[in-house]
Write a protein that binds this ligand. Structure first.
Ligand code: PMP
Length: 382
């Protein structure tokens, strides 16, 4: 199998599998319990917290473990329920739909902008939004400023009119992340995009900014996220983080994977009639691991199925929207062209991929596209 769907989920790293297996045996106790097995589990959880904090230049107390990026995103948006929320049309559904449902008119205002887009790999200009947020003046009084959180502390200690969140799910391990340098108040992470397990993620919450727990009814995470600790998942997340540090993942993606991605892109353009790219390949304009391409008069889902039959795994847009017949909202926002969006394929690479995988794709893809174009009712532009 040639797996090119790492942006949907990366395969579990062998070291992660082993660490989780060991944790299942040895760290089964409830990490909130006061007995020794409980302390042992909590100790390992805190190690992951410290690791993530140091990797993104945060304090350990600014990290909250969640069930994944969707929960982290929902938590931030729900904190600003009733407030103005601004996002880009390229965000993940867990931002867009939550914001649409819960936003209102009062201040403070939340800006939520991802750094790396999951469908195209494009890097967005966060700097501009951070600057805009910093320029908003805080009102003298607003409902939110007067609110208390669940454990009685004032909801806002750092009075400002605008806050910035970034969904860094696709950025982790692919591009450098420094939450202080980026000027973020909140940031979202997920373990399964870096070779950790599905079902565990994290939220960075800068000290002193508004916060409302999404899941209440437990003292865990300083009452910021209730629920028994997912010790095994957190250990797996920690191991995946260790791996990306050890492997110098950012440099590896930049050197090795960029070459594979760009070779595939150039060969597609050269060898396949009616092809175009939806990813900006320039350095600093996209993460090195994602390529989104469109094939005129060939439907994305059909291409995906034909490739699947050849043992090549890719996706059309985001897996979360799979089964949805609507064109990708990201490609619609970027290109404004439903045909381009409907005929798109996302190839996303991991460190295990090689140039042979690119060769294998190019062995079968031109034939598949040619066949689909021949039976299509859409006329090819000459
Ligand atoms: N945000 C982005 C940018 C993503 O790519 C994804 C996964 N497709 C998510 C959020 C949701 O992540 P999770 O599966 O951890 O909830």
């Amino acid at each position: 199998m040639v797996y090119l769907d790492y942006a949907a989920t990366a395969s579990l790293l062998p070291g992660v599998r082993k660490a989780m297996h060991d944790a299942e045996e040895k760290l089964f106790a409830n990490a909130s319990a006061l007995h020794t097995p409980g302390h042992l589990a909590k100790y390992e959880i805190e190690k992951t917290r410290e690791l993530l904090a140091s990797y993104i230049n945060a304090e350990p107390s600014e990290i909250i473990f969640t069930s994944g990026a969707s929960e982290s995103n929902n938590t931030v948006i729900r904190t600003f329920e009733g407030c103005q929320i601004e996002t880009s049309p390229l965000e993940h559904h867990s931002i867009i739909e939550t914001a649409q449902k819960y936003m209102g008119k009062k201040l403070p205002k939340l800006y939520s902008y991802m750094l790396v887009n999951n469908e195209t790999g494009d890097i967005l200009d966060l700097e501009k939004n951070v600057k805009e947020a910093r320029e908003i003046e805080a009102p003298e009084k607003s409902e939110l400023f007067e609110a208390k959180n669940d454990w009685g502390k004032p909801l806002v200690t750092d009075k400002k009119g605008g806050y910035v969140h970034s969904d860094l799910t696709q950025a982790l391990g692919k591009v450098p992340i420094d939450v202080k340098k980026l000027g973020l108040d909140y940031a979202t992470f997920s373990a399964h995009k870096i070779g950790g397990p599905i079902g565990i993620g994290a939220l960075y919450v800068r000290k002193g900014v508004p916060f409302k727990p999404l899941i209440v009814g437990g003292n865990q995470e300083d009452k910021r996220r209730g629920g028994t600790y997912n010790t095994v998942g957190i250990v797996g997340f920690g191991e995946a983080l260790k791996e990306i540090v050890k492997e110098n993942s950012i440099e590896m993606y930049d050197k090795k994977i960029r070459k594979l991605r760009d070779t595939l892109a150039n060969r597609i353009l050269k060898e396949i009639k009616g092809s175009s790219l939806n990813t900006d390949l320039r350095r600093n304009k996209s993460a090195p691991n994602i390529l989104n391409a469109s094939f005129q008069a060939a439907e994305g889902e059909s291409i995906q199925l034909y490739l699947d039959a050849e043992g090549i795994v890719v996706s059309t847009g985001s897996a979360c929207a799979a089964g949805d017949t609507k064109p990708s909202h990201v490609l619609m926002a970027k290109t404004g062209d439903a045909e381009v969006a409907h005929s798109s394929i996302r190839f996303s690479f991991g460190l295990d991929n090689s140039m042979e995988d690119v060769d294998r794709v190019m062995e079968v893809l031109p034939g598949i596209i040619d066949r689909l174009q021949k039976i299509s009712t859409i006329k090819m532009e000459s």
